[in-house]
Ligand binder design. Structure first.
Ligand code: AMP
Length: 634
């Protein structure tokens, strides 16, 4: 079920400035282009809000009012953890099921909703991640409006390359809720490549390694004469600098408990320790040792220790190393060798860590670009894209790819893939299907996402029924199914019956999306189960087709017996009915077995026996169904 969203009364105007927004897990930024140069918009007012980053943190009271957003909310998080929400991007477009194992690690409360998106509970009120993200967007919008001294109603917002349809939708909805007309959702690595001006490269392959607070993305882009094409993407929306903070926090808590066994940290104390851990991590990007001091007099805790870079790197290594395999998979999916990569770009605050730079250098066998501030790169690229859409720059085309295959269910519960995974988008693909039963006047179109051969193993996205098909013999009606993915990665499905031109379409808007684990699991299963899937698919396909032919033949034999066939006696002469009956029984026996080769063999024997008759009947029936209509009407 699509999520209902209450939109603010005013609608966005379609003129004025367009800003670029990096809506991050940890921090968000807003940027614009002035005289051809992309710049981050800084906050004004009190000293704290003068920085470029707006922490993606919101504090709400028990009655549903926003108390603080950004730096002020981040500060409050230690005193008021249960009212302060961070890392909401991890929840975007997800169900409670998708994120329930995260629940224990967050200091605020997640609750299941009957259907659709997970909810965050603050006091007695429940919020969707979309609403919570919109508060951060409102803050960025206000920041831009204060800077320009005029309303800002249009934006480009970036999302991780791995975000699926539901997650992109959720982000777009958050923008609308904040009063922004979201002109385009673009992938963060694509924005990063734009920020580095790599569109000027005549031809080359670029890897964008993005390790932020909460997500890791690796993308391989191909640039040809200023055109970006994402060859492959991979990553993990549950991997980032936050995980290192959490590891350090756990280390400190374990050591504190060793000295003070009764220590049972409250959410506020956890938050404070988390911030100390993060600061230590950041300081260790430029220092070789730091002093850790955790004072919690109320709990009788006074913890002090030295943390060396070497010790820290031992803790961080297991997290950082998890980025290696997605990089290797992305290179493989792009069908290139590592030596084909011309440039490597670093994005995300966590890439400031020397050990991350070293790992990237090792994996890609070349020194990565780190000239730009890795926190700002994506927002700067979003601003460049915003400028393109505002009509200021016209010569850059952005292309992206789909993370999983999209298709529809066909007979026997099979998945018929229409757009394969890693296809470049925007894209439009049409496939033609036919009816299975005589006089079928409706076709149900069930849309699925995934790599497995049977739809039951894939993810259901949407269903609709195409009605009003003229009653025709099975196989005579032709239904064209078109999948269109727009530049935001949003899917539209259209079905059209070609004789009558009737059509039906849906925008696929699932109530929640796939978790990264699900995407990984589905890809892994598709590889592991490839051989059983193929055998199963072949058998189901053979049985489905044979049953269709059996039903059609039996019907015809019945009509023949009753003298009801719309075919003249002269045309029936060449047909030996006993042969047809023998072949029919042989095929029925084969269908009850499980040998697809035998089914195929018996089917072709039956087809050979009935072919002249079938042709005559089909011709007569189509002529009858369309009788009295002009060519234009059909
Ligand atoms: P982002 O999501 O790109 O804003 O990245 C935020 C993450 O980068 C957080 O986990 C920060 O703790 C981390 N980070 C920011 N600066 C540094 C630094 N100098 N060294 C290590 N990590 C950093």
């Amino acid at each position: 079920m699509p999520l209902e969203i209450q939109l603010p009364g005013q609608t966005a105007q379609s003129t004025g400035r367009v800003v670029g927004i990096d809506l991050g897990t940890t921090n968000s930024l807003v940027a614009f282009v002035e005289n051809g140069i992309a710049k981050i918009i800084e906050g004004r007012g009190d000293e704290r809000s003068s920085s470029k980053l707006v922490p993606s943190v919101v504090t709400l009271d028990d009655y549903g009012s926003v108390v603080a957003v950004g730096n002020k909310a981040k500060e409050r998080s230690t005193q008021d953890a249960q009212h302060t929400v961070y890392s909401v991007k991890r929840l975007m477009g997800k169900s409670y099921q998708d994120v329930k194992k995260e629940a224990g690690l967050l200091t605020y409360r997640l609750v299941p909703a009957d259907e659709g998106l997970v909810r965050v509970q603050i006091g007695k009120k429940l919020y969707t991640p979309i609403e919570l993200s919109s508060y951060v967007l409102v803050e960025l919008k206000k920041r831009a409006e204060a800077f320009f001294n005029e309303p800002v109603t249009r934006a480009v917002i970036t999302v991780p390359a791995y975000f699926n349809d539901a997650q992109r939708h959720a982000t777009k909805d958050a923008g609308r809720l904040a009063g922004l007309d979201v002109l385009r959702i673009i992938s963060e690595p694509t924005a990063a490549a734009l920020a580095y001006g790599l569109d000027k490269t005549k031809e080359g392959i670029v890897a964008v390694y993005d390790l932020g607070g909460g997500t890791f993305d690796i993308s391989i882009l191909k640039i040809t004469n200023g055109i970006f094409e994402v060859l492959s993407t991979n990553g993990d929306t549950y991997l980032g600098g936050d995980d290192i903070d959490r590891r350090l926090m756990e280390l400190f808590i374990t050591q504190i408990k060793y000295m003070t066994p009764t220590f049972d940290p409250t959410p506020e104390q956890m938050q404070k320790i988390r911030q100390i851990a993060e600061k230590a991590k950041i300081d260790l990007s430029t220092q070789s040792r730091v002093m850790i001091e955790i004072d919690l007099p109320e709990a009788g805790v006074s913890y002090r220790r030295n943390l060396t870079l070497q010790e820290f790197e031992r803790v961080a290594k297991t997290v950082i190393e998890r980025t290696r395999k997605p990089c290797e998979d992305a290179i493989r999916d792009a069908k290139i060798d590592v030596i084909d990569i011309d440039e490597v770009v670093l994005v995300g605050g966590a890439t400031r860590m020397p050990m991350v730079k070293a790992l990237v250098h090792e994996i890609f066998q070349r020194k990565p670009h780190d000239e730009l501030n890795p926190d700002e790169t994506v927002a700067l690229g979003a601003a460049i894209q915003a400028n393109i859409l505002a009509g200021e720059t016209k010569d850059i085309l952005l292309l992206d790819v789909t993370p999983l295959s999209l298709g529809i269910e066909t007979m026997g519960g099979m998945m018929s893939t229409i757009i394969p995974r890693n296809s470049t988008i925007p894209t439009k693909v049409t496939e033609t299907y036919t009816t299975f039963v005589d006089n079928q006047t409706g076709v149900e179109v069930n849309v699925f996402q995934g790599e497995r051969d049977f739809v039951k193993d894939n993810r259901h996205l949407a269903s609709f029924t195409l009605k009003g098909i003229p009653p025709l013999p099975a196989g005579a009606a032709k239904v064209e199914v078109t999948f269109l993915i727009d530049a935001d990665g949003i899917l539209q499905v259209k079905a059209r019956e070609t004789h009558t031109g009737i059509e039906q379409q849906v925008e696929v808007k699932p109530s929640y999306g796939l978790s990264e684990e699900e995407i990984d699991r589905m890809l892994k299963e598709s590889i592991e189960n490839a051989s059983t899937d193929i055998a199963g698919r072949r058998l189901v396909e053979a049985k489905t087709e044979a049953q269709r032919i059996l039903a059609a033949t039996e019907k015809v034999l019945g009509q023949l017996r009753r003298g009801q066939l719309p075919v003249t006696a002269a045309k029936l002469k060449g047909i030996n009915v006993a042969d047809v009956i023998d072949a029919l029984y042989a095929l029925r026996r084969a269908v009850n077995g499980d040998d697809p080769a035998e089914i195929a063999k018996q089917q072709s024997l039956l087809e050979r026996a009935t072919e002249p008759l079938a042709r005559e009947i089909m011709n007569a029936a189509v002529a009858e169904a369309l009788e009295g209509k002009t060519v234009e009407q059909v």
